[in-house]
Design a protein around this ligand. Structure first.
Ligand code: NDP
Length: 278
């Protein structure tokens, strides 16, 4: 039989590491698949998905800026995708249905708990940012029963909207970054896009003192501005988003193939590749 086909769709897409990651997963688990990267022009997401499915595609990953459109295109949703209102994984079913899932949050939780060894239960969590990345991680974080989940965002209204959207799952406190001066959190998770411009949201002095883990969803060859501040400010452990990237891919692979790949060696490989980027 020919290899089952999968793809990641986004715009831009040329720097995506997903084809590398899934090819390694397939090799390791003995699954016969091929996985490509597809650049979709901004107004042709639906047509791009339809064409891939018609040509025999079995599933897709969806990345920036199509996660919200993917949510509307799915005909069935997992609970974590429905609550996030964002989809990063499609599985094309035999009857024509499109199952939409969101594996970003499960990937983050697994990276923090399993790879970094920091349990989330009973911890005070501060999530910085209320965009697409934040949406995807809230339900999996709440399901770990933290002592507290606070969302800080530049536009406070968007954090409040998220608190309402997830009210059935747990209490979420909200505010602006500087509202939390003098408060202590155990784990800080940075999910704004400020780092893409090498910037940093304004953070209260002392916010990193005795923090167990400062996590930046961004992945960069060099230490991000957020993680630099965290280190200088006294955070005990810092981590970038490479582990989350590989773990969300592993969750998608599990949904498609029914087998969970081993991730540590691949996370290591990607970190090494990044350190050779000049
Ligand atoms: P969005 O555009 O959906 O959201 C942007 C967020 O950043 C908003 O909360 C916005 O605030 C805030 N923001 C932007 N610029 C600034 C600034 N200068 N100062 C303060 N806040 C700012 O982006 P995403 O949520 O999709 O992506 C966020 C980050 O997460 C990216 O760096 C992305 O690479 C990363 N990511 C990593 C993943 C992984 O697997 N490791 C997965 C998904 C994302 P406001 O609401 O006020 O506009």
């Amino acid at each position: 039989a020919p290899a089952d086909r999968y793809a990641v769709v986004g715009n831009p897409i040329q720097h995506s590491k997903s084809p590398f990651i899934h090819t390694q997963f397939a090799r390791q688990t003995g699954q016969i698949i091929c996985y490509e990267a597809i650049l979709a022009p901004l107004d042709t997401f639906r047509a791009t998905v339809d064409a891939f499915r018609q040509s025999g595609g079995k599933g897709m990953n969806i990345t920036v800026p199509f996660k919200l459109e993917a949510y509307t295109l799915a005909t069935n949703l997992t609970e974590r995708a429905a609550s996030a209102q964002a989809v990063n994984t499609f599985r094309f079913e035999k009857d024509g249905a499109i199952l939409g899932d969101n594996t970003d949050g499960a990937g983050l939780v697994r990276d923090i708990e399993t790879n970094l060894g920091v349990p989330l239960q009973n911890k005070r969590l501060l999530l910085l940012g209320a965009g697409g990345a934040a949406h995807g991680v809230i339900l999996p974080l709440l399901q770990k029963q933290p002592a507290q989940l606070t969302i800080a965002n530049r536009t406070v209204g968007k954090a409040q909207q998220l608190a309402r959207q997830f009210a059935d799952y747990g209490r979420i406190d909200t505010g602006h970054f500087l509202d939390f001066a003098g408060e202590h959190f155990d784990i800080l998770i940075h999910a704004t896009s400020a780092g893409l411009q090498n910037e940093l949201p304004p953070l209260p002095a002392g916010i990193f003192t005795d923090v167990l883990l400062a996590y930046d969803m961004l992945y960069r060859p060099q230490l991000t501005p957020f993680l630099q501040s965290a280190q200088n400010g006294g955070a005990r452990q810092v981590a970038d988003g490479t582990g989350m990237l590989v773990e969300q891919a592993a969750e998608s692979f599990l949904l498609w193939r029914g087998i969970r790949p081993e991730t540590p060696a691949i996370i290591q490989q990607i970190r090494q590749m990044q350190s050779h980027v000049s």
